[in-house]
Design a protein around this ligand. Structure first.
Ligand code: ARG
Length: 463
């Protein structure tokens, strides 16, 4: 049998494999709510513009709501021979309301319909991701406030560099998430033009009101060019790209959690709720959630890359290739949502191991820079010379296997005779972090102020 929706000129139906490669119903059924919303806006506009008689509009509206209810309640049969969600809804609508249903597709095409549905889905999803990212920021800012003065080693090259505070480290991620949220909001703002009414590619001869449908669906305005309207998937690419950057941020933090929870580091403890045991090694507490957050960034990056490649050779306007935008976009944005949720839970529950962190912060000559700075500040040494003197003292201490603070004044004076007792004040880790008061520095007072500022901003209603 030929296709009921477009089979007028076909004598027979598609080959089995044709149907299989062509059908998107298996994954685009999740666009059902968006599809029905779009159809309701479209049919109301057709009525207002005098294109459809009022009784047809009423019948179609009631029918669409009945279809929506069937889908919501799981009573809807998604059949592959109907290809996609657009035809599945229309076909069921025809069964419910009869021939009037055939008028719904006036002045519209599946090309503008699918672009509209996808934009609605991506828009809702971006709003959800933004809210979730805000929730994670809040959890991090709370940890930062609680641990504004908890010292830990700061790393470069994963080598102990200078002491920082745990709160400062948390706030670094709060900043990254702020930029991620800015990208989500920006993508949402840019996508918010309505393609509906562009029809197949050229617009329509019916006197439709695209401003009305755009407004009814919460868009800022209709898109300006009908070809672009049906050929554009920038909104998905841009959202995936924002999502990929966010996923990479989460992955970096996840990697830190994996390293930090190892017995060798023992910097933090994840809660039972966010760790798993081993079926063979009873001592294990594995950071599986963090590992999966780290791994899932691969899907998000993959979806972005995949869709870029799908789009790169497509001539205007619509090509069926574009149907391949869906699975990757759905999967990636959902994966990111799950990662944000898991990360928020881990952060809320995690406890830094303050003693281990303090010990680690003081090891590896992490306050060597403080000594060099002191030599510059107090004795007027040029920084390069101070660096050299400090290096020699680190060498002496390392040869004896002790910290800088364990060197006697005589030891210190051997390297630089003008060094006095006062130098010991900067050799401690606490003194080191407290002195980092420059804007954006790790001093506990700074961290407290930044965390407080963030918590207030996150609680304030959106402007
Ligand atoms: N299922 C299609 C998609 O997702 C809908 C648009 C089909 N348009 C067409 N001309 N065949 O892209």
């Amino acid at each position: 049998m030929s296709n009921r929706m477009w089979g007028g000129r076909f004598a027979s139906g598609p080959a089995e494999i044709m149907e299989e490669i062509n059908a998107s119903i298996g994954f685009d059924k999740r666009l059902a709510p968006q599809d029905i919303r779009g159809s309701l806006a479209h049919v109301a506009m057709l009525g207002q513009a005098g294109i459809l008689p009022a009784d047809d509009v009423t019948a179609i509206e009631a029918g669409l709501k009945a279809v929506a209810a069937e889908i919501e309640e799981g009573r809807f049969a998604f059949r592959r021979e109907l290809e996609d969600i657009h035809m599945a809804v229309e076909s069921r609508l025809t069964e419910i309301v009869g021939p009037a249903a055939g008028r719904l597709h006036t002045a519209r095409s599946r090309n503008d319909q699918v672009a509209t549905d996808m934009k609605l889905w991506v828009r809702d999803t971006l709003e959800g991701l933004d809210a979730q990212a805000a929730g994670l920021q809040k959890a991090l800012a709370q940890k930062a406030l609680a641990h504004a003065a908890t010292v830990m080693p700061g790393f470069t090259h994963l080598q102990s560099a200078q002491p920082v505070t745990f709160g400062h480290h948390c706030l670094a991620y709060v900043e990254m998430l702020a930029r991620d949220r800015g990208r989500f909001q920006d993508a949402r703002r840019r996508l918010n033009e309505c393609p509906l009414g562009a029809a197949a590619l050229a617009g329509t001869s019916f006197p439709i009101d695209r401003h009305a449908t755009a407004a009814a669906l919460g868009f800022d305005r209709p898109t300006a060019n009908s070809l672009d309207s049906v050929a554009d998937r920038d909104f998905a690419l841009e959202s995936l790209s924002a999502a990929a950057i966010c996923a990479v941020h989460l992955s970096r933090f996840a990697e830190e959690l994996v390293v930090w929870t190892s017995a060798q580091f023992d910097f933090v403890r994840l809660s039972d709720g966010y760790t798993t045991g081993s079926s063979i090694m009873p001592q294990k507490r594995n950071p599986d959630a963090a590992e999966l957050v780290r791994a899932k960034s691969g899907r998000v990056i993959g979806a972005l890359t995949g869709l870029l490649i799908v789009m790169k050779g497509l001539p205007l306007a619509y090509s069926k290739d574009m149907q391949e935008d869906k699975e990757g976009t759905f999967d990636a944005l959902q994966a990111l949502s799950l990662c944000l949720a898991a990360m928020t839970g881990m952060v809320r529950d995690l406890e830094p191991n303050a003693e281990v962190l303090a010990r680690a912060a003081g090891s590896g000559y992490a306050t060597a820079t403080d000594l060099a700075d002191w030599l510059v500040r107090e004795l007027g040494l040029p920084f390069r010379e101070a660096h050299h003197v400090t290096g020699r003292l680190v060498g002496v201490a390392a040869a004896r296997g002790v910290g800088l603070e364990a060197l006697s004044l005589a030891d210190l004076q051997e390297a630089e005779p003008r060094i006095g007792e006062a130098v010991y004040a900067v050799l401690g880790v606490e003194n080191s972090v407290a002195s980092r008061t420059s804007h954006g520095g790790t001093a506990p007072d700074n961290v407290r102020a930044q965390a407080t500022r963030w918590l207030a901003a996150l609680d304030a209603p959106a402007a």
